[in-house]
Write a protein that binds this ligand. Structure first.
Ligand code: HEM
Length: 116
């Protein structure tokens, strides 16, 4: 059970890496764009995070306050990706603040995970 949980944590980190990595590629190229890879990363982090939120294969207590905050932050990221994705289908670019919020909130969630 512990090994299965470890694999889900690994997939959770893969989702995080896809989201932040694909966002960083666009930021580096000075393109404020939402990509399909960001959506995949966010969805992977959400699904695996929800699976990890159940107390199985654990030797320690879960911090539900921390998990709840991470869920809210991720839902805000999901909304930004949804709004940004829909907007860029109509216009070429999206507001720079919306694009940067995705990256900053992703880092905030990682910081909450490891620092709180
Ligand atoms: C962009 C969004 C997210 C990022 C960057 C992120 C990041 C991380 C990281 C780095 C870890 C490993 C460190 C640790 O175990 O404390 C982790 C674990 C975990 N995450 Fe996330 N996470 C995100 C979203 C979520 C969501 C939406 C949920 C639940 C609804 C969630 C629930 C969990 C749980 C339950 C663990 C394992 C904690 C434990 O076993 O003590 N995460 N997350």
């Amino acid at each position: 059970m512990e090994t299965v949980r470890g694999i889900i944590v690994l997939l959770h980190l893969v989702g995080f890496a896809l989201l932040l990595g694909s966002w960083a590629v666009e930021a580096f190229k000075r393109r404020a764009r939402i990509t399909a890879m960001m959506q995949w990363g966010m969805t992977t982090a959400l699904v695996t995070g929800l699976a990890l939120a159940a107390p199985w294969g654990l030797e320690h207590e879960l911090n539900y306050m921390k998990i709840g905050i991470k869920l809210v932050v991720l839902l805000v990221i999901a909304a930004l990706l949804g709004v940004g994705g829909a907007r860029q289908r109509r216009t070429v670019s999206i507001p720079v603040t919306l694009f940067w919020s995705v990256g900053v909130l992703t880092i905030v969630n990682a910081a909450i995970a490891v620092l709180v």
